[in-house]
Design a protein around this ligand. Structure first.
Ligand code: ATR
Length: 274
């Protein structure tokens, strides 16, 4: 029987939950495929991709630290990957060309919508101005929030990022970049943490009354325990403080759709992975 090969490539990669997710999707939709972890040397991303491709690989998910290299390697870049400036999904076309796409941003928006979070006309704050945040700005703006404020430790990067996306901003949306100190006196319906601070158990310096009563907090990171940001949100009046596991599942579902043309159901996986 012919089997199509897929993998997630990164360094480190042992922790990745992607094989569990895609194997579930493949079983659910009855696809003849396998999906493994692929560890690439830090200086050997391109070679590892080409080797995988020539031995029958059909597609890859790309994770830390290779999303920019994947962008450079791809022959075709989707518009949303262009906007994100990074590639998390590689599709190997039958004609030999490699296409780069990015499903992270749509993953976040789908997870928020799954939790019945209204983005339209909401005041949204996003913390951080690195690659992870760049990847989610376009899909968030397309939901027409009332405001989208980007706050970052290095304020200039947030200001620049807001400028870079101003052309996607509807007239009624206020898009603004600033430092954390500038947040005092402002309140938000939704705060999304896109900094890498969670990974080291740290938290950006946030004013106490930043979240509107009953507001929602979302950490794009996830772990076996609630992150520092989730704990902060719970202590500051959040109605819901989500981690990024749902986003991971939804971005995977979108990658799966790009490869197989079938949209898997994410509901059962959400329950079994909790
Ligand atoms: P990623 O690809 O995960 O976005 P990145 O591009 O290196 O990684 O961006 C990391 C983000 O987390 C940046 O916004 C960074 O702030 P600076 O631009 O000021 O460096 C932010 N960050 C990392 N550690 C942080 C911390 N301890 N407190 C606040 N922000 C932090």
């Amino acid at each position: 029987m012919h089997i199509d090969h897929y993998a997630v490539i990164g360094n480190p990669i042992a922790h990745s939950k992607s094989p569990q997710i895609h194997t579930h999707f493949a079983e659910q939709t009855v696809q003849d495929m396998d999906y493994v972890r692929l560890l690439a040397p830090l200086d050997g991303f391109q070679q590892t991709v080409f080797d995988f491709h020539t031995t029958g690989g059909r597609g890859l998910n790309v994770t830390v630290p290779f999303k920019l290299e994947a962008y450079q390697l791809a022959d075709i870049i989707s518009p949303r990957a262009q906007r994100a400036g990074a590639v998390n999904t590689l599709i190997f076309h039958p004609d030999g060309r490699i296409e780069g796409d990015n499903t992270d941003g749509i993953g976040l928006v789908r997870d928020l919508l799954y939790h019945h979070v209204t983005l339209q006309d909401a005041d949204i704050l996003i913390l951080g101005a690195g690659g992870a945040v760049r990847g989610v700005l376009a899909p968030l703006l397309s939901e027409h929030p009332a405001s989208l404020v980007i706050a970052n430790r290095t304020a200039d990067k947030a200001v620049q990022l807001a400028q870079d996306f101003s052309d996607l901003c509807a007239p009624r949306t206020r898009l603004h970049g600033c430092g954390y100190a500038d947040l005092s006196g402002q309140t938000f319906d939704i705060i999304v943490n896109g900094t890498s601070a969670s990974l080291s158990g740290e938290l950006p310096p946030l004013p106490d009354d930043l979240l509107k009563p009953g507001g929602l907090a979302y950490d794009m990171a996830y772990g076996s325990e609630p992150t520092a940001f989730q704990r902060w949100a719970q202590a500051h009046g959040a109605s819901l403080a989500l981690d990024g596991l749902g986003m991971l599942i939804e971005q995977a579902a979108e990658s799966f759709y790009l490869w197989r043309g079938i949209r898997p159901d994410t509901q059962t996986l959400r329950i079994s992975m909790r």
